[in-house]
Unconditional design. Structure first.
Length: 463
């Protein structure tokens, strides 16, 4: 991360505390299109609008906190991935980033497939009408009941994650008189995060079967012997929030190496290769993500080149973007409750949500941006930390950012790029009521996931 350690500094303090912040932007009223959903803009009256709707009106109608999702932007990004990869590849949206029935319908309409990794995600996908053969099932410990349900539904593929699961899925499918299409997830010894990848001992994690020591080759040997499953390919997922394609290059090289070994040993050329997801998005102005067409071109070239070198037919490629599709399309709208300046340190801005609607900052030290959206302001920038209302000092939403110094209780602020892994990881900590997801499109807003109520909470409490 290359954020400046020597910011020009806000004008309200001579000395700044240590932190990963850039200098304050020249004009805090300007919204960087990189981090905001496409239809977000600040109106002439200073109020930010999305799909033509002022955020002040959205807050009145739906309350805060709320996730506001730009449907046209979601569809455009999904379509861009689909188009970039073309007819010879499959794009599986990773449902764990954010899944609801509306999202499933948009994906189905835009020609994407869907990854699920639990019975709950599978139920959501099926109930919204995603054809079962366009669904892939992931996870390192799928239950027998989940596997049985998936096989019965006619799911497109199950991605096998262990030796036990190879046998488990084969037995369940066989007992149902079916032959289930499967891939084997391998760990290639590459882990990529943000701008770097490490090609060493990163097989030390719970997912996948290591290529190292011939374990993946042994898994293939066993899978090919079982009647209940049909092995269609090899799967590799190397990390998340990746900007650098070199990790995929090494991963593809190693996966193709396995395909070649399989051909040499068994005389079989597996028809598919899945390179996973993990492509990065802009959370702050310092991030520069790649466009889907660049990613598609790079991945296709890598696989084609590696296969040519190994004299293999180029397999059908799949990719599994989650964050890169939904992440940029939503922001979280909060109301400011208190503004607490700490002399010589920073100002703490408390909002009406927090780690219950965005755990990523606490969990991964994630960086976010923030803006005052209910009005424009010409006040000086002040260094702030946006915090939630939970009983936890690590309850931080945005660690270091600048907001106008006249910020006051009742103002609305918004945190962009919260479409992925925020609602899907939301919790009821402190018995918080999880916020709604409001889809906006062309001047219309509609709730696609409603706000939780106290009745929802109390319904589970049956003591
Ligand atoms: C999480 C995950 C993805 C999606 O990752 P993003 O960072 O959201 O693109 C894709 N494939 C697998 C197997 C995953 O576990």
């Amino acid at each position: 991360m290359s954020r400046s350690a020597h910011p020009a500094g806000p004008r309200h303090a001579d000395v700044l505390p240590e932190g990963h912040y850039a200098a304050p932007p020249a004009d805090l009223n300007v919204l960087d299109p990189k981090v905001w959903a496409r239809s977000v803009t600040r109106g002439e009256d200073g109020v930010v609008t999305v799909a033509g709707l002022p955020v002040t009106r959205l807050a009145e109608e739906f309350g805060t906190p709320a996730y506001i999702l730009d449907e046209a932007d979601f569809r455009a990004r999904a379509r861009a991935w689909r188009t970039a990869f073309g007819a010879d590849a499959d794009v599986f949206y990773a449902g764990k980033a954010f899944l609801s029935r509306a999202v499933v319908r948009w994906l189905a309409e835009e020609g994407l497939n869907l990854d699920v990794c639990s019975g709950g995600e599978l139920a959501t996908a099926l109930s919204a009408g995603m054809p079962a053969d366009r669904i892939a099932f992931h996870g390192n410990n799928k239950s027998a009941a989940e596997i049985e349900r998936a096989v019965r539904a006619g799911i497109g593929r199950i991605v096998l994650d262990s030796f036990q699961e190879i046998v488990r899925v084969a037995h369940i499918a066989q007992s149902l008189g079916k032959r289930q299409r499967v891939q084997i997830r391998v760990t290639v010894g590459v882990e990529a995060h943000t701008h770097e990848f490490i090609a060493t001992a990163h097989e030390d994690q719970k997912f996948g079967i290591p290529l190292a020591g011939g374990q993946a080759a042994e898994a293939v040997r066993r899978a090919l012997r079982l009647d209940g499953i049909e092995l269609i390919g090899i799967h590799s997922h190397i990390g998340s929030q990746i900007f650098d394609m070199s990790g995929f290059e090494v991963a593809a090289h190693r996966v193709v190496g396995l395909l070649k070994d399989i051909r040499d040993e068994h005389g079989v050329e597996l028809p598919e290769i899945d390179l996973g997801g993990g492509l990065g998005i802009a959370y702050t102005s310092g991030d520069d993500p790649r466009e889907p067409h660049e990613i598609a071109k790079a991945l296709t070239e890598i696989v084609t080149r590696e296969c040519r070198a190994a004299r293999l037919r180029t397999p059908r490629i799949s990719v599994e973007p989650g964050r890169a599709i939904v992440g940029p399309t939503a922001f979280t709208l909060y109301e400011v409750g208190t503004v607490k300046p700490l002399d010589g340190l920073r100002t703490y801005v408390s909002v009406d949500g927090g780690m219950s609607d965005n755990i990523r900052t606490a969990l991964y030290d994630a960086e976010y941006s923030v803006a005052l959206v209910s009005r424009a302001s010409d006040a000086e920038p002040m260094l702030v930390r946006v915090v939630g209302k939970h009983c936890e000092s690590g309850d931080i939403v945005v660690k270091d950012a600048f907001l106008p110094a006249d910020l006051a209780p009742g103002d609305l602020i918004a945190v962009p790029a919260t479409g992925a892994y925020c609602r899907s990881m939301a919790s009821n900590y402190n018995h918080a009521l999880r916020p709604p997801v409001v889809a906006v499109e062309d001047g219309e807003a509609r709730v696609i996931v409603r706000r939780e109520t106290e009745e929802d909470l109390l319904r589970l409490d049956v003591g």
